[in-house]
Design a protein around this ligand. Structure first.
Ligand code: GLC
Length: 433
């Protein structure tokens, strides 16, 4: 069974690989290179084709901007199957954007640091992979420098996101209350996502108006971060995003130590790291919920809901053991019933939960992968194994879908895009661990 699943997963990744040296998340629905997708994809590729994994990351980092920023989509090619494309995002408005590639002017969770470390762990030819890492690591460092310099507005070690697409959890109910503070125009546009996927599994038209409106504000300000921090109606500290940054800080520290020298960078990373972990634990922990939560910088108030992002800090060793115990208790009570697959993306007990709609409830394999390693960090081996077995079962039963209904026994429980790259890539890793 294992061998068969792995070869199917490799086939998905190979089919989605493009001539330009990158892998699309999914045919039709997502026809370009996405930032955090590429990171997860490279982890899977490292098992069967190290040169492809290296190429995936090198291609992504080649699109880095002069200020260290790495965009969330790199438009390597033209495509009319996706909206909003390069002509909407207009990265050329920014004076520091890449001259070589068109991209968006927003980013995604900073996974690249820990992905480099994972690629090293997985590689058979360590020497070769290490040589590659040495050529790329400074770009990732520059990216972290960008975040701390431009996005930590309160100087508390926590960086903001200014758009829901930066979170990676696009239409989470977390943003619902932010949308009510905005009244964007009714834009006229032709969506493409709902030609590939049933509309009941995707965000609404009105949600898209909000998404576009924030982009317009960023564009009017040429993607200047200080202006965005001042003007964007959406300004959030996201626990998933910041946990990925913290995990990647640690990976960079480990890799620089292995490389030798680089004392200044190691010292700087350790400073950021200590401050971030401290800020994270004091600002994002919600004692009543027993979970980490998002924080709305516009309202200067926490957004008190439990999502799968609430558990990501386990992966980055952010909580104390005591806090981790409370967090896992919350997870098992709300998300862990025997009738459910772990782990829904939004609190199944909430009336905002929707088991079919994208990030409003379904299970995502990348979040499960983060959880699997996070739970293992704190000694929760049995629950970690359940997360792993649930992920394998969902894919085996329904296929390499983008997301899944968490309710056991659902017919056709695979939703969104099919033959989805990170579901395939991370399954390869889970089956090998
Ligand atoms: C969706 C997901 C996002 C992902 C992208 C490409 O927009 O919400 O996290 O990066 O698809 O797969």
């Amino acid at each position: 069974m294992k061998e068969k699943l792995i070869s199917q997963a490799i086939r998905v990744l190979e089919d989605n690989f493009q001539e330009g040296g990158f892998t699309i998340p999914c045919k039709g629905l997502y026809p370009f290179q996405w930032k955090w997708d590429s990171g997860f994809i490279a982890i899977g590729q490292a098992y069967y084709d190290a040169s492809k994994a290296k190429q995936e990351i090198a291609t992504l980092l080649d699109a880095q901007w002069d200020n260290g920023f790495i965009p969330h989509i790199v438009f390597h090619n033209e495509s009319d199957t996706y909206f909003p494309g390069a002509d909407v995002h207009r990265s050329d408005l920014s004076p520091v954007a890449s001259k070589k590639y068109k991209s968006t002017g927003m980013t995604q969770p900073p996974v690249t640091g820990f992905v480099l470390e994972e690629m090293y762990r997985i590689a058979d030819d360590k020497e070769d992979m290490f040589a590659f890492i040495k050529t790329q690591i400074d770009k990732v460092y520059d990216n972290h420098n960008y975040f701390y310099k431009n996005r930590d507005v309160n100087d508390e070690g926590l960086v903001f996101i200014y758009h829901n697409w930066e979170s990676g959890t696009d239409n989470s109910p977390i943003w619902d209350d932010i949308w009510t503070t905005m009244n964007p125009p009714e834009y006229t546009f032709e969506r493409r996502d709902t030609t590939h996927v049933d509309a009941s599994q995707r965000p609404s038209k009105r949600e898209y108006d909000h998404y576009l409106y924030i982009i317009e504000i960023a564009k009017e300000n040429n993607y200047n971060d200080a202006k965005i921090a001042e003007l964007s109606p959406f300004l959030v500290i996201d626990p998933l995003f910041n946990a990925m940054l913290i995990k990647s800080n640690q990976a960079l520290i480990n890799l620089y130590i292995r490389i030798g020298g680089n004392e200044d960078k190691i010292a700087q990373l350790k400073k950021w790291q200590a401050k971030s972990i401290e800020g994270f634990n004091s600002k994002l922990w919600d004692d009543k919920l027993g979970a980490y939560v998002h924080y709305d910088l516009r309202k200067d108030a926490p957004i008190s809901f439990v999502t799968s992002s609430s558990f990501a800090p386990l992966y980055a060793n952010i909580p104390s053991q005591e806090r981790a115990d409370a967090l896992v208790h919350t997870m098992m009570t709300k998300f862990g019933g025997e009738d459910k697959y772990l782990c829904a993306s939004f609190d199944p007990e909430s009336d905002r939960f929707d088991p079919k709609k994208y990030w409003r409830g379904p299970v995502w394999i990348n979040m499960n992968w983060i959880l699997f390693y996070g739970l293992k960090n704190y000694g929760y081996t049995d629950i970690a194994n359940r997360v792993k077995e649930d992920s394998i079962e969902l894919i085996e039963k329904y296929g390499f879908y983008e997301y899944f209904n968490c309710k056991k026994g659902t017919e056709n429980a695979g939703y969104g895009g099919g033959d989805f790259s990170w579901s395939a890539a991370l399954l390869i890793d889970l089956l090998n661990n």
